[in-house]
Write a protein that binds this ligand. Structure first.
Ligand SMILES: Nc1ncnc2c1ncn2[C@@H]1O[C@H](COP(=O)(O)OP(=O)(O)OP(=O)(O)O)[C@@H](O)[C@H]1O
Ligand SMILES: Nc1nc2c(c(=O)[nH]1)N=C(CO)CN2
Ligand SMILES: [Mg+2]
Length: 230
């Protein structure tokens, strides 16, 4: 996604959480310094493929079969471990390194490409964990303006960023597994992040002209300033 399209939404997110843009930019620049350019052609082909986008909700283990039936699987953070435990191969993982970084670092060394995201609150995790990943399988991302080899495909939480990445790679149908927007067991901050994930998926389905089943019954409440509209 071009940054000028993402930027108004990004500004809304920053304002909602009180996050600073300069801190995101510093994190992005640190990630650039810690990593090598990633060749997108090294990813498995997503063009036209049915892609399972796996979130880390507790419901994921029960939906693993749906993921297995997709052509490609893209997993948010700990969803990668859950799927691997269920015997399902993950094609790409997406993380901000807060959940199970050791698992994802090991997965990258074993061949799984991992999109590692820099933001103002994970610089320590970047410093600690980036060196444990295989250089050639680490795809660096930012939510701020892309610079150097750090990319911005759009999206905020690990799960919706996974969906935006699949979209950028030309995915056909997206199928969501392991998503539970009304999870009663998440804390207040996480619930607010999940609400943004939901709004961002609504925006993505609108842009794609697709209906995500996971949003059925929820669209009425989802409003987002899209491309400059408020
Ligand atoms: N009920 C749920 N609980 C947790 N994650 C969910 C749920 N439903 C969907 N998801 C998606 O799965 C992803 C799981 O990743 P993770 O738990 O690391 O969250 P995150 O986005 O990194 O947020 P944070 O790290 O701040 O908690 C979330 O980003 C979210 O997009
Ligand atoms: N600055 C900042 N950015 C984020 C954060 C966060 O906690 N702080 N959490 C995210 C979802 O994991 C994504 N982006
Ligand atoms: Mg995370």
């Amino acid at each position: 996604m071009e940054f000028h399209v993402w930027e108004p939404v990004y500004e809304r997110i920053l304002a909602d959480f009180g996050f600073g843009r300069a801190a995101d930019e510093r994190a992005r620049d640190r990630l650039a310094a810690l990593t090598e350019p990633f060749d997108l052609d090294a990813l498995p082909a997503f063009e036209g493929r049915t892609v399972a986008v796996a979130g880390a909700a507790p419901t994921l283990a029960g939906e693993a079969e749906t993921a297995a039936a997709a052509d490609r699987v893209i997993a948010a953070s700990s969803a990668a471990a859950t799927l691997r435990d269920a015997g399902i191969e993950v094609d790409v993982a997406v993380t901000d390194l807060d959940g199970v970084p050791e698992h994802l670092a090991a997965a990258s060394r074993e061949g799984v490409p991992v999109a590692v995201h820099a933001h103002g609150d994970n610089v320590d995790a970047l410093e600690e964990w980036v060196p444990a990943f295989a250089d050639e399988r680490l795809l660096p991302t930012t939510q701020a303006a892309p610079t150097a080899h750090v990319r911005n495909f759009g999206g905020f939480t690990d799960g919706d960023r996974a969906a935006f990445l699949a979209d950028a790679l030309g995915a056909g149908e997206l199928r969501f597994v392991g998503w539970q927007f009304d999870d009663p067991d998440v804390g207040e901050l996480k619930a607010r992040k999940l609400h943004w994930a939901e709004r961002l998926l609504y925006w993505l389905e609108t842009r794609r002209g697709e209906r995500f089943v996971v949003l059925d019954g929820r669209r009425e409440e989802l409003r987002l300033p899209v491309e400059g509209r408020r």
